[in-house]
Design a protein. Structure first.
Length: 357
C-alpha cells in the first residue's frame, strides 16, 4: 500500500490566490533487491485549487503525472533506504516572497538520521514534477540533523521577530527501557530552527565592509536597522550622496546603490561598502549609538550559515577584480591552506582600521 494521505496540508504554493492541497504518500515506491534488501521512499502530491470545481474522484495516477498540480519524489532509491517522504507536511511562506512554501519531514532519510525539506513555492506552469535531490538554495534547501528529525513539522514565528521558525519533532532517543508502547523508552525531542542570523557591529561611525551571510539576501533586509541615504527606498532618498556602494565587476568601479528594496539579490560572499552613522534616525528623537545589530532571514536563501563552497561571481572577465566578503559565521584566514580558492590569480588586501592590520 502506498499510504496515500499519510499527511495532508493546504497552502497557496503556486501563488494564484487559491489554496492548494498537499498530500503525502509515505508508503509509495517500495522496491525489493536481491539479498533481502528493500527500499521505500514515499512521495508528495500537490493538487492545485481552482474555482471551477473538481470531479468526484481524482485517482493518484493522475496526480503522479503532475496533471493539475505537482508531483514530488525523493532521491534515487538505494538498497536499504527508507525515507518515508510525506510522513509529515505543512505549508507557510518561509522565504517571505508572498508564496507559500512546502515543508516536509522524512524521518528516515540519510540512513535514519532524518531530514526536513523546504521547497520554495513558485508559479511556473511548465513544471509538474520535482525531485528533492535538485534543491540548490535558490529553489529550496534541506535541513539534516540526527535522531530521525522530521517525524513531525510545524512553522511559527516563535520569537516574534517577524521571521517564521521551523519546528520538528523527533522520538527516537533510546533510553534502554524495554517493553511495549510508551514503555519502550523512546524519549522525544523537539528541535527549533530559528530563521534569523544576527551580527553585532561595534566601533565608531565610519566605513564598514560587509557581506551577505546567505545566498539571496537583499540590501533592504541587511541595512534596514541603519540610516541609509541617497538612493530609492532609503531613509533619506534626496540626500546628495549615497552611503552604500557596490563593486561593478564589468566597469571595475565603485557604484552607488540605486535602490535599497529592489536591487538584485546578493550572492553569499559578495562584499559591499557601507558608511554607518552613529544616529539611525536623523531628525528624530534619540541617538542609538554603538553597538548596532543587523540580522537576515536565513531561510530566504541557502537556509543556514555558509559552511562550504561559495561562488560570488560566475562571469568575471580574466584580469578583473571582485570585492569578496566573508559570508561565514566565523573568522576565516584567507591565506590558510584550508581555504581553497579556484580560478583566482591575485588577492589585494584591505587595511582594517578596527583591527589595525
Amino acid at each position: 500500500e502506498n499510504q496515500f494521505g499519510s499527511s495532508v496540508a493546504s497552502g497557496d504554493v503556486n501563488g494564484d490566490g487559491i489554496d492548494d492541497v498537499l498530500i503525502g504518500a509515505n508508503g509509495y515506491g517500495y522496491e525489493y533487491y536481491p539479498g533481502g534488501y528493500a527500499s521505500l521512499l514515499g512521495e508528495i502530491y500537490v493538487l492545485f485549487g481552482k474555482d471551477t470545481g473538481f470531479s468526484d474522484i481524482i485517482p493518484d495516477s493522475t496526480l503522479r503525472k503532475g496533471e493539475g498540480g505537482w508531483f514530488f519524489e525523493a532521491a534515487e532509491s538505494v538498497p536499504g533506504d527508507y525515507d518515508y517522504l510525506g510522513d509529515a507536511i505543512t505549508s507557510a511562506d518561509i522565504n517571505g516572497d508572498g508564496i507559500d512554501d512546502i515543508i516536509t519531514g522524512t524521518a528516515y532519510a540519510y540512513q535514519d538520521s532524518g531530514a526536513v525539506y523546504i521547497v520554495f513555492g513558485f508559479d511556473d506552469p511548465s513544471v509538474n514534477k520535482f525531485e528533492l535531490s535538485s534543491l540548490d538554495g535558490d529553489n529550496g534547501f534541506v535541513i539534516r540533523e540526527r535522531n530521525r528529525i522530521g517525524k513531525t513539522v510545524a512553522v511559527v514565528d516563535l520569537d516574534g521577530d517577524g521571521h517564521l521558525e521551523i519546528i520538528s519533532g523527533e522520538n527516537t532517543t533510546d533510553t534502554g527501557v524495554t517493553g511495549t508502547g510508551a514503555e519502550q523508552g523512546k524519549e522525544g525531542e523537539v528541535t527549533v530552527f530559528f530563521n534569523t542570523i544576527n551580527q553585532t557591529i561595534t566601533g565608531n561611525e565610519g566605513f564598514r565592509m560587509l557581506s551577505a551571510p546567505t545566498h539571496g539576501a537583499v540590501f533592504n533586509e541587511l541595512l534596514a536597522p541603519f540610516w541609509t541615504q541617497g538612493f530609492a527606498g532609503s531613509d533619506g532618498p534626496t540626500a546628495d550622496s549615497a552611503n552604500a556602494w557596490i563593486w561593478d565587476t564589468e566597469t571595475q568601479e565603485w557604484t552607488e546603490l540605486t535602490n535599497q528594496t529592489s536591487d538584485s539579490l546578493l550572492a553569499a560572499g559578495t562584499g559591499f561598502l557601507f558608511h554607518i552613522y552613529e544616529d539611525d534616525n536623523f531628525g528624530g528623537p534619540g541617538n542609538t549609538g554603538f553597538p548596532k545589530r543587523m540580522s537576515v532571514s536565513q531561510f530566504g536563501g541557502s537556509g543556514t550559515f555558509n559552511s562550504g563552497t561559495i561562488n560570488p561571481v560566475s562571469d568575471l572577465a580574466d584580469g578583473n577584480f571582485f570585492f569578496a566578503g566573508n559570508p561565514f559565521g566565523f573568522t576565516i584566514d584567507w591565506d590558510s591552506t584550508s581555504v581553497s580558492k579556484n580560478n583566482l590569480a591575485t588577492s589585494i588586501y584591505i587595511y582594517d582600521d578596527a583591527a589595525g592590520v
